[in-house]
Ligand binder design. Structure first.
Ligand code: FAD
Ligand code: NAI
Length: 465
């Protein structure tokens, strides 16, 4: 039986990054993946394919809606959806091959097959042939899967999860999306841009409810302009399919039953930790609350040599959070003392405009009873935004009333996903709003909106509004 210092179960961004860092630190490392391609949810059916379709559909939208204003005349653009999906797949394939290359480069042994515990140090791998390996330390990185509503079982044809929504055979005529969270808005945007009539039905009273309220308000405004209809404060009670038609029934605030018909229904109500087939009991472990694996502050399970990271444990279900945890565990195994600042994991919604946030929302600060200042600045006041025609959105900075320390950094607008990095750096170094306000930001850039919002937060002295 092959013996390793570390065996990683699952090759998503948590698992494969953990394996690379373990190998860099001189540990003999194995990675086990049940699918034939590496990269997990993120690379195969998550971050990468969704961003490929978001980018392609955004190009189409611009060709259709904004080229003429820029003085570019083309015949009416048409969607070749088959090609769009094929391109997405080639982006996915290249990215997954990249992970395979990195495994080989770092001399990590890759095992294909379902990994399950035989005992607390032995893993059985059910692949083409059954294999067993032994490891001193094990990292569980088995990720998550889409949550199913009890009354809306995925038939994977018309009642679908994000996985199927990334490879539909056609652009839907009508799509009902259940859940105005990140997947609902991202994939809802893709199909709205391509011409589908999209209705988003949400249980709570606003979109992306974990983000700052101002972000919810602005993104709803922008997506309504795109044609997406929102039905907030609606409790979905039934989803049924007859032929090619799906009917979604819900109860609204007035307690009236309403129904929506569509040819596709995307259920995007969250994701659940995935531990099926792991046979945790054989290692003396069990899944805890909501199927998640419980870990301590060092990411150790009840067995100190078995760690768990990423979507399968508590916290944000994000690729970069999983990656940080992968590095954290590898470095601990090598005797280092790593640290993760969970308060500063940024969150991004890749709609257009993009939404990106780090730190506390205004709602959280109110709830904490914190004394804070707010500075915001609209993109439409920036020369760079006028040049590109990306006028929607704003930067909102929240800082401590006494010390001016930045407590929350929220952006909706062009390149928000990239702009939020400035907020993370600033907050990691516990900068004040005035620190950002006094730093030179290149002109003309979208980043100037950050400086202006910081000026507004410091003592209400933005220069360009
Ligand atoms: P996963 O990526 O889920 O990987 C787990 C792997 O373990 C899988 O490959 C699985 O097959 C394997 N596995 C499970 N059980 C076993 C077993 N017993 N034996 C062997 N292998 C096993 N996050 C972002 O940060 N940015 C984004 O833009 C983003 N976009 C997303 C878009 C969509 C549509 C979805 C669904 C998710 C998106 N996410 C995004 C979330 C992101 O994909 C996850 O947070 C991330 O993939 C979690 O990484 P992980 O390593 O914990 O698990
Ligand atoms: P989500 O948690 O972001 O949103 C789910 C939404 O569904 C919430 O607004 C919730 O109130 C609503 N909801 C729940 N039950 C409902 C019901 N019965 N009826 C109506 N609405 C209901 O989950 P989502 O969008 O499925 O995404 C899962 C996770 O995947 C995200 O939380 C995120 O961690 C990750 N992800 C990250 C992305 C990114 O970083 N850009 C992109 C896509 C996914």
């Amino acid at each position: 039986m092959d013996k390793f210092d570390v065996a990683v179960i699952g090759s998503g961004p948590g698992g494969y990054v953990a394996a690379i860092r373990c190998a860099q630190l001189g540990l003999k490392t194995a990675i086990i993946e049940k699918y034939s391609t590496l990269g997990g949810t993120c690379l195969n059916v998550g971050c990468i394919p969704s961003k490929a379709l978001l980018d392609s559909s955004e190009h189409f939208h611009n060709a259709h809606k904004t080229f003429a204003e820029h003085g570019i005349e083309i015949n009416t653009p048409k969607v070749n959806f088959e090609q769009m999906v094929a391109r997405k797949q080639s982006v996915v394939d290249q990215t997954c091959d990249g992970v395979k290359f990195l495994m080989d480069k770092n001399k990590i042994s890759v095992f294909e097959g379902l990994g399950s515990f035989e005992n607390e140090n032995t893993i059985k791998i059910a692949g083409k042939e059954e294999q067993k390996i032994e490891a001193k330390n094990i990292i569980i990185a088995t990720g998550s899967k889409p949550t199913e509503l009890p009354f809306a079982k995925f038939d994977k044809e018309r009642i679908i999860s994000s996985t199927e929504a990334l490879k539909l055979p056609e652009v839907p005529k009508k799509m009902v999306v259940i859940g105005a969270g990140i997947i609902g808005l991202e994939l809802g945007s893709v199909y709205a841009r391509l011409g589908a009539e999209v209705t988003v039905v949400e249980y709570l009273d606003r979109a992306i409810p974990t983000f700052d309220g101002a972000m919810s308000k602005e993104i709803t405004k922008s997506l309504k302009k795109l044609g997406i209809k929102f039905q907030f404060s609606h409790k979905v009670s039934d989803v049924s399919r007859k032929g090619d038609t799906v009917t979604v029934k819900a109860t609204n605030k007035k307690d009236e039953e309403v129904s929506f018909e569509a040819d596709y229904c995307l259920v995007a109500v969250g994701r659940s930790a995935y531990t099926e087939g792991l046979n945790l009991e054989a290692a003396g472990l069990k899944a805890g609350e909501r199927g998640k694996i419980e870990v301590n502050e060092h990411l150790q399970t009840a067995k100190s040599h078995i760690y768990a990271i990423g979507d399968v444990i508590k916290g944000a279900m994000l690729a970069h959070k999983a990656e940080e945890e992968g590095v954290f565990v590898a470095e601990r195994l090598a005797g280092q003392k790593p640290h993760i600042n969970y308060d500063l994991i940024p969150g991004v919604v890749y709609t257009w405009p993009e939404v990106a946030s780090v730190g506390k929302t205004e709602e959280q600060l109110k709830e904490d009873g914190a004394q804070y200042k707010v500075g915001s600045f609209p993109f439409r006041a920036l020369g760079r935004a006028r040049a590109s025609g990306d006028l929607e959105g704003l930067v909102k900075i929240l800082s401590d009333k006494e010390t001016d320390e930045i407590l929350g950094f929220h952006v909706i607008g062009p390149r928000a996903a990239d702009l939020v990095a400035e907020g993370v750096v600033a907050m990691e170094y516990r900068a004040s709003a005035e620190d950002i306000a006094r730093m030179s930001h290149a002109h003309p850039t979208f980043a100037e909106a950050v400086k202006e919002a910081a000026l507004a937060a410091t003592d209400n002295r933005p220069l360009h509004v």
